[in-house]
Design a binder for this molecule. Structure first.
Ligand SMILES: [Zn+2]
Ligand SMILES: [Zn+2]
Length: 91
């Protein structure tokens, strides 16, 4: 048997480290630590990395013509990516 020819990387999950969209990698949000990345500033996502299609990677919900009766402050975070701005975040 030959050894050394086997590709071990094929079955291994590919990951990338990206900046958190909510805090732009600063790990801080408002007066406290960023809730989206848990204060790390970085996120691990499945490669190839892809931005959240819902918020276009901004981490913020798309504003639609909803009535502004609802408290906007409670929905400042994209519900799909939870403010990270990325799809397939590996928590
Ligand atoms: Zn963050
Ligand atoms: Zn999103």
């Amino acid at each position: 048997m030959r050894s050394g020819t086997r590709k071990s990387s094929d079955s291994f999950p590919q990951i990338e480290t990206v900046n958190c969209a909510m805090c732009a990698g600063s790990s801080r949000f408002g007066n406290g630590q960023c809730p989206s990345c848990d204060g790390k500033g970085l996120l691990t996502v499945a490669a190839p990395s892809a931005t959240c299609p819902h918020c276009n990677g901004t981490g913020k919900p798309i504003k639609k013509d909803l009535r502004s009766d609802m408290s906007a402050e409670l929905s400042q975070v994209c519900p799909i990516c939870l403010g990270t701005g990325w799809s397939l975040v590996l928590w």
